[in-house]
Ligand binder design. Structure first.
Ligand code: NAP
Length: 248
């Protein structure tokens, strides 16, 4: 009889918004979850408690994904607690929107550091563990604006387009070890990140959504959970838009 293995995940920025929905969707599949956060400790602890209610192990782990030493500590805590790592979801992300002539170097660096370098640092750690295990799932949260561009978001779009290049390169690099790497590209999802936009900007975006509504974090989480599942083992290097038809 083959041994039943409980799979384990790290979800960066897992405390709230899309990240929380991803944690809960994975917990629903029986996956143990390390809920990473940068500053929102109580939200991350609440997410971990909600995962535990689904019968899995879960814990909140503080780490700024842009800092290599903190990423190192995040992976050490997760693997020490769960004994293995099967799934990495690079979800942590920030915006510092402005027109190109007004984007400061600091705001460009901050967005690239969190959204792209953070994912790189986490992928590097996960790749070592998963290659050794000869199985693994990496899912990167990109964005439709990484495919289409968006005025006022050059730094954010560059980071999200970069994630797609990272995804495809790693998909090719890690395929021989049965590690899949895919990206989910959400459109406009109702979270803290988008609630700060003025009403007029929200209306303008909504007019570009063929399905006529904003998405919910659970819509994105369902796609992530699929890529993370055992059933998705023959799918790698893909970018799945969860956007109400925006990018087609
Ligand atoms: P959100 O509610 O603002 O969540 C962002 C998450 O990222 C938070 O949990 C935050 O944790 C975490 N985070 C930020 N900087 C971090 C760092 N340096 N280290 C670790 N964690 C960090 O936004 P969301 O909409 O759920 O966004 C989740 C992901 O989806 C992001 O990558 C975003 O770019 C992407 N996305 C969102 C939309 C949308 O319409 N909402 C569309 C396309 C793509 P703390 O609060 O602890 O800092």
């Amino acid at each position: 009889m083959s041994e039943i293995v409980t799979r384990s995940a790290i979800v960066t920025g897992g405390g709230k918004g899309i990240g929380r929905a991803v944690c809960l969707a994975l917990a629903e599949q029986g996956v143990n979850v390390a809920v990473n956060y940068a500053g929102s400790q109580s939200a991350a602890e609440e997410t971990a408690a909600l995962c535990q209610e689904k019968g899995v192990q879960a814990m909140a782990v503080q780490a700024d994904v842009a800092q290599a030493d903190q990423v190192e500590a995040l992976f050490a805590k997760a693997t020490e607690a769960f004994g293995r790592l099967d799934i990495l979801v690079n979800n942590a992300g920030i915006t510092r929107d402005n027109l190109i002539v007004r984007i400061s170097e600091e705001d460009f660096d901050a967005v690239l550091s969190t959204n792209l370098k953070g994912a790189f640092l986490c992928c590097k750690k996960a790749a070592r563990l998963m290659m050794r295990q000869r199985t693994g799932r990496i899912v990167n949260i990109s964005s439709v604006v990484g495919l289409r561009g968006n005025p006022g978001q050059a730094n954010y779009c560059a980071s999200k387009a970069g994630l797609i290049g990272l995804t495809k390169s790693l998909a090719k690099e890690l395929s021989s070890r049965h590690v899949t790497v895919n990206a989910v590209a959400p459109g406009f999802i109702d979270t803290d990140m988008t609630r700060v936009l003025p009403e007029a900007a929200r209306d303008a975006i909504l007019s570009q959504v063929p399905l006529g509504t904003f998405g919910h974090p659970e819509d994105v989480a369902a796609a992530v959970a699929f890529f993370a599942s055992e059933q998705a083992g023959y799918i790698t290097g893909q970018v799945l838009c969860v956007d109400g038809g925006m990018a087609m």
